[in-house]
Design a protein. Structure first.
Length: 251
């Protein structure tokens, strides 16, 4: 264990990762999502693709925990179940694609995915009907593929829910629980496939401690009646994370 801890603390770009995780925790606590969009561009700059995803999910296993109980009371549980069924079905395909990906290409895919999401959201597109089982299942499947391939489970689900007419408190609760469940599933899959780097897991869990505090602060800042602020924060998070993660900033 001391050797694993020493290896974790010797990780290149440690301070950069800690800063990204703290900012991500604030955003996740406030909006219910967005942490992967901050952590993954930062992690992909200093870690190989698989290790970047392991770091992200390890950190996210502990950070959102203080907000889970409130989210469970508010979420739409049937929709949440459909999202997760779709994600389970698509996870293996994303992991297979990840194993074949060049690190530079990986960075471009992460940022490009986030920019596409931003463009669709800012365009103001909205659903004029209720969410259907097919829509939620499909969004979950796309999210499952994207999390195992690019560490971003949110884009399809975020786009779907931000375009819906659901109250932002319900949207936020669904995001929180869906993303936590995805992290748990992905952690298990990587473990079963023998792809775990335990020093990175330890690093993620350690950095998860300030992430917990940041999540709690972010949750305190959330106001269910301030939809305009909620959406503005979401758009800013997406734009900054995509820009920072562009591979052209490396070396």
């Amino acid at each position: 264990m001391p050797d694993i801890l020493a290896a974790a603390l010797a990780t290149q770009g440690l301070l950069w990762l800690v800063l990204a995780v703290c900012i991500a925790g604030l955003v996740r606590g406030f909006a219910g999502f967005g942490s992967a969009m901050i952590i993954m561009p930062a992690a992909s700059m200093v870690l190989p693709p698989v290790e970047a995803i392991i770091f992200m999910i390890s950190t996210e296993l502990v950070g959102p925990l203080p907000n889970v109980r409130a989210a469970w009371r508010t979420c739409t549980r049937l929709d949440l179940g459909r999202l997760l069924v779709g994600a389970v079905l698509a996870l293996p395909l994303g992991i297979w694609a990840l194993s074949l990906t060049d690190p530079t290409l990986f960075g471009w895919i992460v940022s490009a995915s986030v920019f596409v999401l931003l463009g669709l959201m800012v365009s103001g597109r909205r659903l004029h009907r209720a969410l259907t089982p097919r829509l939620t299942l499909g969004a979950g499947a796309l999210g499952g593929f994207m999390v195992s391939f690019a560490g971003l489970p949110g884009p399809p689900v975020i786009m779907l829910y931000m375009a819906s007419k659901l109250p932002i408190s319900v949207i936020r609760a669904n995001f929180q629980l869906y993303l936590l469940a995805i992290d748990l599933m992905l952690f298990g899959v990587f473990w079963l496939l023998g792809m775990m780097n335990w020093s990175i897991v330890v690093l993620g869990l350690l950095v998860g401690i300030p992430n917990v505090i940041a999540n709690m602060v972010g949750a305190r800042l959330f106001d269910p009646s301030s939809e305009r602020i909620f959406r503005t924060v979401a758009y800013l998070v997406i734009a900054v994370s995509a820009t920072v993660g562009l591979p052209l900033w490396k070396g």
